[in-house]
Ligand binder design. Structure first.
Ligand code: FES
Length: 318
């Protein structure tokens, strides 16, 4: 069963930084969009049949539009290039409802936000929520250069700028984060958030190793681990009674598609959560970056785009 999509119109496209455009998506009839919370993302379904996930960056109280920032990824799989080159103002485009794997804990004693490059987009949404709620926060934003960093104008506003620490690779001094200090000097009970390249997230997770996991939150752009495509196990679909074998070289998602079973998906690398599926029996081999360790250990759900099976059979709630 695939999730229902929302039709939106591309109301505005704006230059935000080198290789970064923002897209303002609105319902064609002027209706209200489903609500979202800070840290949420949507999947944009492009006409060529690909879907990609992008964080919402506008204020979470807005219901008339979704605002996303898209960086053209030279080494990407073509989704960002299509949005940069082919998407036009006035065109209709399908999106998913918002989903949140990177939820802001609004009543935390303090929030420490760390962003790298385009990873600033969910953080700007969080900053607006925290500022509106009057909660204490600090943002550390690192980028290659000022010209490549989106949202600098917004971050320079009075009431915001005092909480923001910027660093740019091409300016040398101050570009490196002092991770140990960042964690050690954070007020007691702080929650820590990071969105950026995998190298930044690894350094962040290392620095937060002694922080209780429920206070450490990350959002990945890309997979860290290869997908499980060893195959050689059976998948039974509990609702339809259908049974299939996942062959070597295939993911569960690919096997389902080959049999004509349509299930929601977007990133296909275990970072967006679109393909999360309930597991009724069997032991998944988790390879995603969405589920927490406790969720993985429970084995109740799995991301079928990248995860495989440790057991001979998996029974899925499909
Ligand atoms: Fe994104 Fe599976 S499609 S996690």
């Amino acid at each position: 069963m695939s999730e229902p999509l929302l039709k939106t119109r591309i109301h505005r496209i704006e230059y935000a930084a080198e290789d970064v455009l923002t897209f303002d998506l609105r319902p064609p009839g002027g209706d209200l969009l489903p609500p979202f919370t800070a840290g949420a993302h949507i999947d944009v379904h492009m006409p060529q049949g690909v879907a990609r996930s992008y964080s919402l960056l506008n204020h979470a109280q807005e219901r008339h539009r979704y605002l996303i920032g898209i960086k053209r990824e030279a080494a990407g799989r073509g989704g960002s290039a299509w949005m940069h080159d082919a998407a036009k103002v006035g065109a209709l485009i399908d999106i998913s409802a918002p989903r949140n794997n990177f939820t802001l804990v609004e009543d935390a004693a303090h929030s420490v936000l760390v962003a790298g490059g385009i990873g600033i987009t969910p953080m700007w949404c969080m900053v607006q929520s925290l500022a509106a709620l009057g909660r204490p926060w600090t943002l550390h934003f690192r980028a290659r250069s000022r010209s490549s960093a989106p949202l600098l104008h917004e971050l320079a506003q009075p009431g915001i700028a005092e909480h923001v620490h910027l660093g740019f690779s091409d300016e040398g001094a101050g570009r490196r984060l002092d991770w140990t200090r960042l964690v050690a000097q954070a007020p007691e009970g702080s929650h820590f958030y990071c969105c950026g390249p995998n190298a930044m997230i690894e350094a962040f997770e290392g620095a937060c190793a002694d922080v209780p996991p429920e206070r450490v939150h990350v959002e990945h752009f890309a997979a860290k681990q290869a997908a499980a495509v060893e195959g050689g196990f059976a998948v039974r679909l509990a609702r339809s009674g259908h049974e299939l074998t996942v062959e070597p070289g295939q993911s569960i998602l690919e096997s389902l598609r080959a049999c004509g079973v349509v299930v929601p998906s977007s990133c296909q690398q275990g970072v967006c959560g679109a393909c999360e599926t309930r597991v009724l029996a069997g032991r998944p081999d988790h390879r995603d970056l969405v589920l927490s360790q406790a969720e993985k250990d429970s084995g109740k759900t799995m991301m079928i785009c990248c995860s495989g099976s440790h057991s001979k059979e998996l029974v899925l709630d499909i």
